[in-house]
Design a binder for this molecule. Structure first.
Ligand code: FES
Length: 196
């Protein structure tokens, strides 16, 4: 009796085993032939992806080392410039020749002084109004006499004078990095006025 009962069970086991193997094989087969959305086989795609990542990392490392060799430096224009020869400026005139350098050059009988064009209120560029013999800032209405002293509007102080000297070749040399403030009594300093 026992044998009769066991037989069908054994049979079932033997029949099951090949089916499972075939399922596994099918799974393997299925894995091998899986493709990506681009139609590329998955393994090939993964290999491609790995190589791509490797070269991207390598490229970034090489670029990084180049950046160390050439660090980012901000090259600002020199604050010093030559403004030509004294004879180029008629006596008792205000020259806008160097306005691109943000400098007014005023020629008097005894010599020269250079003024920053920046309004001392909020830094707008001033304009020379010849008919009124004054500098005017149209942002908020400040006005400055020809010597740079403020007299109207919200500007709290006079225009700044800049270092002015004669270079070895006889040209006027302006250094915008050196400023002289009227309120500090600095306009009497030697480089605030160029005697000729
Ligand atoms: S910036 Fe010149 S008056 Fe305000």
């Amino acid at each position: 009796m026992e044998n009769e009962v066991k037989k069908p069970l054994e049979k079932e086991t033997k029949e099951d085993t090949p089916n499972e193997v075939s399922i596994e094989k099918d799974k393997d087969k299925h894995t091998d032939v899986t493709t990506t959305e681009t139609g590329m086989p998955r393994r090939k795609f993964l290999r491609f992806l790995g190589l791509g990542s490797f070269f991207a990392t390598l490229g970034a490392a090489i670029l990084g080392s180049f950046r160390f060799a050439f660090p980012r430096v901000l090259f600002e224009p020199s604050p010093v410039f030559k403004a030509g020869f004294p004879e180029e400026y008629p006596v008792n005139t205000t020259s806008a020749k160097w306005i691109k350098e943000n400098v007014w050059i005023v020629r008097e009988e005894k010599g020269f002084y250079a003024l920053s064009t920046a309004c001392t209120h909020l830094g707008c560029a001033t304009r020379w109004i010849k008919s009124e013999n004054k500098f005017k800032c149209f942002c908020h209405g400040s006005g400055f006499y020809k010597d740079g002293v403020n007299f109207e509007g919200p500007a709290p102080r006079a225009l700044e004078r800049l270092k002015i000297t004669l270079d070895d070749d006889g040209q006027i040399l302006i250094d915008r990095s050196v400023k002289f403030l009227y309120e500090e009594g600095e306009w009497d300093k030697p480089d605030a006025f160029l005697k000729v």
